[in-house]
Design a protein around this ligand. Structure first.
Ligand SMILES: C[S@@+](CC[C@H](N)C(=O)[O-])C[C@H]1O[C@@H](n2cnc3c(N)ncnc32)[C@H](O)[C@@H]1O
Length: 127
């Protein structure tokens, strides 16, 4: 559906989860690199995750002792509910926004986020 930019994710989230759990899009390799990057920062960091989905994988590399704030945004309220459950046990400050990532990025306070993660969430070019 052209009018709904995340139609495919609304309809097929379970399929996407299977893709991820079988590492068909190389999330393991990507997140190994992200973990290394995060660990190279010694001070507490604020992370912005654009199009975070259910945050299943990034949640596994966020170190509660290091991440001061994790802000994830996604247009799918369903994915954000799952993300909330996934991130709760980590005890980090979590802010989940059901909003368009472009708007969130534009309105992000200057110099607030140290790391902006953007995993497979490119919006359509005509947006
Ligand atoms: C392929 S999934 C990626 C999820 C996660 N970042 C990952 O690496 O597995 C793309 C996600 O981007 C979200 N998305 C697509 N367009 C968006 C937009 N304009 N604003 C916010 N989220 C968006 C979808 O709802 C979906 O959860």
């Amino acid at each position: 559906m052209k009018t709904d930019p995340i139609y495919i994710f609304r309809k097929t989230w379970a399929t996407y989860q299977k893709v991820i759990s079988n590492n068909l899009m190389f999330h393991k390799e990507i997140l190994t690199a992200v973990k290394k990057l995060l660990e190279s920062r010694l001070e507490p960091i604020n992370v912005l995750d654009l199009g975070c989905g259910d945050a299943t994988h990034i949640g596994k590399v966020l170190n509660p002792g290091q991440v001061a704030e994790y802000c994830g945004c996604d247009l799918s309220p369903y994915a954000l509910d799952v993300a909330r459950n996934n991130l709760e046990p980590f005890g980090i400050r979590v802010n989940l926004l059901c909003r368009d990532m472009v708007a969130v990025l534009k309105e992000a306070p200057e110099n607030h986020f140290d790391v902006v993660y953007f995993g497979y969430a490119l919006p359509p070019v005509d947006q």
